[in-house]
Ligand binder design. Structure first.
Ligand SMILES: [Ca+2]
Length: 397
């Protein structure tokens, strides 16, 4: 059933969200009226062993919370949905692994966190974090999909982090279509603060169509720190745009571990400072690296330890929009892989930037409202007579 929350408990509603959560049973919806004049509910929300939806009563208007939201699952397969919440100073988080068995699910869509993280760095959670804005924070998880978010990273911290710990599967972890803006603070030495940091040997990495803006020294845009040891699939690091304004110390784009083959296609780096470009600690013979672009001059740190098949170009004149990551002029335009599996939404050849290919950031630039499909997994190409398998991710209120 629905539990209504309204300012002052008017009309028989609950006056606080916590009271509604306490009264609710698993499967209920908590419908929250935003307070008038922008007021906030001042409470920490704890949801234990219940599947609930926390929704705005006014579509398109966020309910404000001055506090944190903590979710722990009591049995396997529980689910928390948070839609159109504005957390003024707290995180959405857990403190423990979910029970073994069917993963417990966390869906966060259309929310804004002014100063907090989305943090589920524990096992057996399935995150679906789509279309949110974090003004000063990061997203930490081990499995699921982080798509179409804007993450303005807190000082001396990472942006989107996938960590190890799970027993693993051959599934992908999806980090797609996000905009990650690093902090301008200097003096964060000695850590390699990273925009997107994939450090899991549990699942394959699918990191595509992200825009990462590096703005200070000791930062890395994208780092594949470890990967699953398997050749069943290849990690996909494709169609990412990177604007490097942070200084020369670090590589912009670094692949460290090679437990599994990695496809590095259609990425563009624009550096406005002296910087390293593509860096591999040890390129595997199974890695495929093609149609990547940078304005960094060849021979001066444009790429290190990677095998250029001749399709990767350096010292290019590239115009990249510093807000969206869209490359509007230069070789990356229609310069991605010519394989038709990579065609753009307009069916022209792939643009080697975050708007290229079928997972274009253009799919994620509007925050979801109402019942939404947040992500669709479909084949990029279907041979005549072949079978199509499509998986949609989302929720219906
Ligand atoms: Ca194109």
């Amino acid at each position: 059933m629905d539990r209504i929350v309204a300012d002052g408990g008017q009309g028989g509603a609950f006056a606080s969200i916590s009271e509604a959560i306490n009264a609710a049973v698993s499967g209920d919806r908590i419908i929250i009226y935003p307070k008038t004049n922008g007021g906030s509910y001042r409470e920490n929300l704890t949801i234990s062993s219940k599947s609930l939806q926390l929704l705005s009563a006014t579509e398109g208007e966020m309910w404000k919370l001055h506090g944190t939201i903590t979710f722990t699952a009591g049995v396997a397969g529980q689910e928390l949905v948070i839609h159109q919440a504005n957390l003024l100073n707290g995180s959405i988080q857990t403190s423990a692994a979910a029970p073994t068995g069917t993963r417990s699910r966390v869906v966060v869509t259309g929310c804004q966190l002014d100063n907090g993280n989305i943090s589920f760095n524990f096992n057996n959670w399935d995150l679906n974090i789509a279309g949110n804005t974090l003004l000063q924070g990061g997203i930490y998880f081990r499995f699921g999909k982080v798509v179409g978010n804007t993450v303005i990273v807190a000082a001396c911290a990472h942006g989107i982090v996938c960590s190890a710990g799970e027993s693993g599967s051959d599934d992908f972890v999806y980090i797609v279509g996000n905009r990650v803006i690093m902090d301008t603070a200097s003096g964060c030495w000695p850590y390699d603060w990273t925009g997107i940091y994939y450090n899991s040997n549990s699942h394959f990495a699918y990191v595509t169509n992200n825009f990462i803006h590096v703005r200070s020294l000791y930062q890395i845009a994208l780092r594949l720190e470890s990967s699953k040891t398997s050749s069943v699939k290849a990690n996909k690091i494709e169609n990412n745009s990177i604007l490097q304004e942070g200084g020369a110390y670090n590589s912009t784009f670094r692949v460290v571990a090679h437990g599994s083959p990695t496809d590095l296609y259609n990425n563009s780096i624009v550096a406005t400072v002296s910087a390293y470009g593509f860096y591999s600690d040890q390129m595997s013979i199974n890695d495929r690296w093609g149609y990547n672009y940078t304005n960094i001059a060849a021979g001066s740190n444009a790429y290190i330890n990677v095998l250029n098949d001749g399709t990767n170009l350096f010292n290019q004149s590239i115009t990249m929009n510093s807000t969206t990551g869209d490359v509007t002029a230069g070789a990356p335009v229609n310069g991605g892989s010519p394989d038709n599996a990579y065609l753009d939404l307009d069916l022209t050849r792939n643009d080697a930037d975050c708007f290229g290919g079928s997972y274009s950031r253009a799919n994620f630039t509007q925050n979801p409202t109402g019942a939404v499909t947040t992500f669709l997994i479909a084949p990029r190409r279907v041979l005549s007579g072949g079978t199509i398998s499509i998986t949609a991710e989302g929720y219906d209120r």
